[in-house]
Write a protein that binds this ligand. Structure first.
Ligand SMILES: [Zn+2]
Length: 197
């Protein structure tokens, strides 16, 4: 997905391909992948970019991965629904939660804000490590649109201190569910070629 977005996606302002990019899927889980200098960075075990399982709340919920307070416990669809239900919301799933947030339901809105804050923390952490210039986010939760991206961008704006962190752009996926297919094609087509074509 990350490679597909890097190769064929267009950010909202039509900016050029980034040098250091993180692609994320925020859905029933939270995952990610890096494209650094035009090359997907997968790490020795293929797990680089496992951003859903970095801790953003050390006192938070245990995560099925064995960690605690992972991004995924707060910002995944099931994590958001679980928190909202524990705080009195009675809807069924993440889609209903998004609809209620859009309608101004306070608990649903707060669930999206919590998710946005967790994602902002993770994204800023990754940016500090890799000097990212672009983060592209897809997946079912991200499809909720401005109710997620508005507080996410605000949290990044609020918490980014260092100058290089303030360069960061965060956009929704522009290829949607096809991003992974584009990425698979890119893996084949770009193998021997100049990645600029
Ligand atoms: Zn975890």
């Amino acid at each position: 997905m990350a490679l597909g977005e890097w190769w064929r996606g267009l950010s909202e302002d039509g900016a050029a391909r980034s040098r250091a990019m993180l692609g994320m899927v925020v859905s029933t889980g939270v995952g990610g992948g890096f494209v650094l200098d035009g090359v997907p960075y997968v790490g020795p075990t293929g797990n680089a970019g496992h951003i859903g399982h970095i801790t953003v709340d050390p006192g938070g919920e245990p995560c099925p991965c064995g960690g605690v307070g992972c991004v995924e416990t707060i910002a995944s669809g099931p994590g958001m629904v679980r928190w909202a239900a524990a705080n009195g919301w009675t809807g069924e799933d993440a889609r209903a939660l998004a609809a209620d947030a859009r309608a101004g339901h306070p608990t649903a809105t707060l669930a999206f804000r919590r998710a946005a804050d967790a994602l902002a923390t993770a994204v800023l952490t990754a940016s500090a490590l890799f000097d990212l210039d672009h983060v592209v986010i897809g997946g079912g939760v991200a499809a909720a649109g401005p109710i997620l991206f508005d507080p996410l961008r605000q949290a990044i704006e609020r918490n980014a201190g260092l100058g290089f962190l303030r360069r960061l752009r965060v956009d929704p996926t522009s290829l949607g569910r096809d991003a992974g297919l584009f990425g698979a094609a890119a893996l084949v087509l770009l193998q021997d070629d100049d990645p600029g074509t």
